[in-house]
Design a protein around this ligand. Structure first.
Ligand code: UT7
Length: 332
């Protein structure tokens, strides 16, 4: 197969200013504590939106950074893809709100609903659009305001999930960039297991109602232990498939950037892939699990720390509700 078609020309991220520590959550009256959360998840703190702080504003800030680094003007963006499970509005898409905020008047804009795999799925769609000739420049965002759809009395979920946005600009690989970019892609889903991590109410099947509010069925419900097992298994498949398709081995990987769900899932993924933890990027301790935003936030964080340089080969792996999972190998 002819590759690469596209490369990552710029990255950015934005998180709310408000930091919520594990002690802050315990102080809300939940039966939990800092030591348990750190040991079982690796999370020390997360960023949570202030009242009235919109997802659109986080997306726009992350996107402006990514576009500035890519040297791309709003009018040059052909497509905006936003991976999210917690948009500001259910209709229309989060992506069109971002389009308006950025002034990308030429773009087609739409959301990708694949939960924590949202940015990765979006990047694969964007790469495919560039490969087909449908677009030259695609803004791919992963963004969540999960604090709005989390039950703050459920210690199984509210300790994990957090808010933030990450953005990347994908551009057509040409000229001297021809050997840089997305070297392989892999994506997979299994809807049979949807109810292990879902929002039972709020959609057409069970519209939001006062009863739903009492039962809290419009919040995220998660069977944590079951999800954990599937996450480990699926992330292992994802890393295997990305390396095979790119025809490289773990030794060729300079950095693994996995979805930041839980440090124990990250460690299991690295161990399976045969990649030492020194070559794994971890920021779940500072940001918690920001679902679709976690990988693009981690990528921008890694770039700012100098851990991704020109020529670096980076393996990305994601897993989320659906279930959905996937991976990418990118040479920078
Ligand atoms: O983003 C992609 C999708 N999401 C994920 O990948 C998340 C996957 N799941 C997880 O990360 C973990 O399952 C959790 C962090 C949610 C839970 O950790 P765990 O080690 O699987 O805990 P558990 O659910 O098996 O519970 C162990 C014990 C239980 O007590 P008993 O029954 O042993 O007495 C829980 O009631 O820990 C208790 N527990 C807690 N204790 C203090 C559960 N949550 C908490 C808590 N604080 N927040």
């Amino acid at each position: 197969m002819k590759r690469p078609y596209s490369y990552i020309a710029g990255t950015g991220h934005a998180v709310p200013a408000r930091v919520v520590t594990n002690d802050d959550i315990a102080a809300m009256g939940l039966e939990t504590n800092d030591a348990w959360i750190i040991e079982r998840t690796g999370i020390r703190q997360r960023h949570i939106a202030a009242p009235g702080e919109s997802l659109t504003s986080l997306c726009a800030e992350a996107s402006r950074q990514a576009m500035a680094k890519a040297g791309v003007q709003p009018g040059e963006i052909d497509t905006i893809i936003c991976g999210t499970a917690s948009p500001d509005h259910l209709l229309p898409s989060q992506a069109v709100e971002v389009q308006t905020a950025l002034g990308c008047s030429r773009a087609a804009a739409f959301d990708v609903a694949s939960a924590c795999s949202g940015w990765l799925y979006g990047a694969i769609v964007g790469d495919s659009m560039i490969a087909s000739g449908a677009a030259d420049t695609v803004l791919v965002i992963g963004a969540e305001k999960l604090s709005a759809i989390v039950d703050w009395t459920d210690r199984n979920t509210c300790i994990l999930f957090a808010d933030g946005a990450g953005a990347t600009v994908l551009r057509r690989a040409k000229g001297e960039k021809k050997d840089r970019g997305i070297l392989s892609t892999f994506m997979r889903s299994d809807g049979a297991l949807a109810e292990l991590l879902w929002r039972p109410a709020g959609g057409g099947a069970e519209p939001y109602s006062a009863d739903a509010a009492t039962g809290k069925r419009h919040f995220i419900h998660m069977a944590g232990r079951e999800v954990f097992k599937h996450a480990v298994r699926s992330m292992a498949e994802a890393t295997d498939r990305a390396l095979d398709t790119a025809r490289i081995t773990a030794a060729d990987v300079d950095l693994l950037i996995p979805h930041q769900a839980n440090i124990r899932i990250i460690e299991a993924t690295a161990k399976h892939a045969g990649i030492s933890m020194e070559k794994v990027f971890v920021n779940v301790d500072r940001f918690g699990n920001t679902s679709a935003a976690s990988i693009p936030i981690a990528l921008n964080d890694a770039m700012e720390q100098g851990r991704v340089k020109e020529g670096s080969t980076v393996l990305f792996a994601a897993f989320g509700a659906g279930f959905t999972w996937g991976s990418l190998v990118v040479r920078f």
